[in-house]
Design a protein around this ligand. Structure first.
Ligand code: NAP
Length: 244
């Protein structure tokens, strides 16, 4: 069967590296973006120039109808989605007391409901085929607490619950559901914290460096591969030893 991956939030950072790695693994890839149109289209064009298959599609993952339309576009152009990577996510630091309704709702809508929207969009085909793979990008902050990132950590912890519960529900249908929990990875998300925090995070990482987006892409590719065919409901922590 043709391997087709939909990677949410793959215009930049970790998602971009995941999309590129999956192309190397032989997948046709739907590069989803919300705002970074140029970056997403450049990535898709580079993949096509390299002989791969790719399509860049705009959709805010929080918008169910937009996600359904994106999935339909991907299926028309590339074929039915066999691998979904729920990577799109937002973060922001601040005191819990200051998180207003708008911010709280947006965290849930993008980081959690976004994954729900994408899963429900790709599931009909996977259920028909009795095959498929879903990888959710959680975070070490969803496994351990995160001061000043409470709302973000809540959504990432919820993705752990989603992963384990859905893995049980979909196992009889031959669909595997796993998650990667990255540690501190060198992307815009961590750069936004400033150089001092960046140095602090390196100091706190036993392997003595930030992770690269490619470190996470390799973990995702492994979970999606045949080598992981007996793994479901697992949370693979890729953090240089941060929460050991
Ligand atoms: P990033 O550099 O900020 O990139 C975020 C990506 O998500 C962008 O491609 C962005 O697309 C997309 N995105 C944001 N909101 C979206 C929406 N509503 N709909 C569709 N796409 C959306 O972040 P990153 O560091 O690569 O993080 C990727 C994932 O890894 C996130 O889920 C994050 O929580 C998780 N993670 C990151 C770290 C870390 O240290 N970096 C650690 C643990 C977990 P546009 O630019 O097109 O809007």
């Amino acid at each position: 069967m043709k391997q087709v991956a939909l990677v949410t939030g793959s215009s930049r950072g970790i998602g971009r590296a995941i999309a590129a790695e999956l192309v190397r693994e032989g997948y046709a890839v739907c590069v989803n973006y919300c705002k970074s149109r140029q970056a997403a289209e450049e990535l898709a064009a580079a993949i096509r120039d390299g002989g791969g298959e790719a399509l860049a599609v705009q959709a805010d993952v929080a918008n169910r109808l937009a996600v359904e339309a994106m999935t339909a576009a991907a299926e028309r152009a590339l074929g039915p989605v066999t691998l979904l990577v729920n990577n799109a996510g937002i973060s922001r630091q601040g005191l819990f007391q200051d998180v207003d309704d708008t911010q709280w709702d947006r965290f849930l809508a993008v980081n959690l409901t976004g994954a729900r929207n994408a899963i429900q969009a790709v599931l009909p085909h996977m259920l028909r085929e009795k095959a498929g793979c879903i990888v959710n990008i959680s975070s070490i902050w969803g496994l351990r607490g995160a001061s000043c990132e409470v709302a973000y950590a809540c959504t990432k912890a919820a993705l752990v619950g989603l992963t384990r519960s859905l893995a049980l529900e979909l196992a009889p249908s031959g669909i595997r559901v796993n998650a990667v929990a990255p540690g501190c990875i060198e992307t815009d998300m961590v750069r936004a914290l400033g150089p001092e925090t960046r140095e602090l995070l390196i100091d706190q990482t036993p392997l003595g460096r930030l992770g690269t987006p490619e470190d996470i892409a390799h973990a995702v590719a492994f979970l999606a591969s045949e080598k992981a065919s007996f793994l479901t409901g697992q949370i693979l922590t890729a953090d240089g030893g941060f929460i050991v």
